[in-house]
Design a protein around this ligand. Sequence first.
Ligand SMILES: Nc1nc2c(ncn2[C@@H]2O[C@H](COP(=O)(O)OP(=O)(O)OP(=O)(O)O)[C@@H](O)[C@H]2O)c(=O)[nH]1
Ligand SMILES: [Mg+2]
Length: 295
Amino acid sequence: MRKTGFIAIAGLANAGKSTLLNALIEQKIAIVSPKPQTTRDNILGIWTDDDSQIVFVDTPGYLTSRNALGDFMLKSIDSAISDVDCLLAVIDGHDGISDKALALLEKYGKKNVPVVVAVTKTDITQPEKLMPELAKLNRYGFVKEVYCVSARKGRNISTLRNGLKKYLTGDSMYFQEDDITDKSRSYLVAEIIREKVLLNCDEEIPHGVGIQLNKMQYDEERDEWDIDANVIVEKASHKPIVLGKQGAMIKSIGRDARRDMEKLLESHVFLTLWVKVKEDWRNRPSVMNELGYKI
Ligand SMILES: Nc1nc2c(ncn2[C@@H]2O[C@H](COP(=O)(O)OP(=O)(O)OP(=O)(O)O)[C@@H](O)[C@H]2O)c(=O)[nH]1
Ligand SMILES: [Mg+2]
């Protein structure tokens, strides 16, 4: 019989949670970018092997909310970390362990759930600098174990995954053996577009971008997916930036997105993107609902 259970992945924005999720389940399902607040809602990543089924819950990075979308993200974190077998606290260790990360860790200690720490990005950390930093974690008695990993290089990932199995408390499967996430293909397709906006556009633009799928249809004869989506921006002045000079920016977003979609869907993709303005949508529950951020 397999041991099963839920493990939430939590931590500060940009700590490397989603990259770690993808590494733990050996599939790319969660989008990743160097910009904080990349993840907006909880996404499950499922690992099934001979002796276990671990359901990882990737959460948005902890932030101080300034709008309705931020409130939604905070609620998502809370709901994920309340009812799990274990909390995997991810700390970016590349520049030492920050006071902010420790303050957040202290909050997890009050949750009455075993806490395991993953100090990540060790591929860009000097070991002699990291060692004294790790000592800071000793004062938190509720921390069961600390693993130093690199999600980018796959370092220590299987050791971490195996180590986490001891916290699983269930014995019935929650998902099919070949399931890798709870999210639909259309959700993953919209997220791919958002990731490419994050990677192509600078500064505050990506934080105000939402993706709305208008069409996702498979044409059997042509073995091609026809996908049509709106890139929603929150200010009229953002539209020309996302479009770029003679459409260069949106073309580049589309090209990058199509490449990843073709990998995901394993067939050709014909992608059409539109840029639309919905003023201040991050404070408008009706638009947020349309974009899938249901509050
Ligand atoms: N060098 C290095 N970079 C990493 C590693 N893990 C993540 N990163 C980078 O750190 C940045 C943030 O990664 P994410 O996985 O999106 O971080 P996150 O914690 O999910 O961020 P939010 O969803 O915004 O809270 C990206 O540029 C990643 O490529 C790692 O192990 N090594
Ligand atoms: Mg993330």
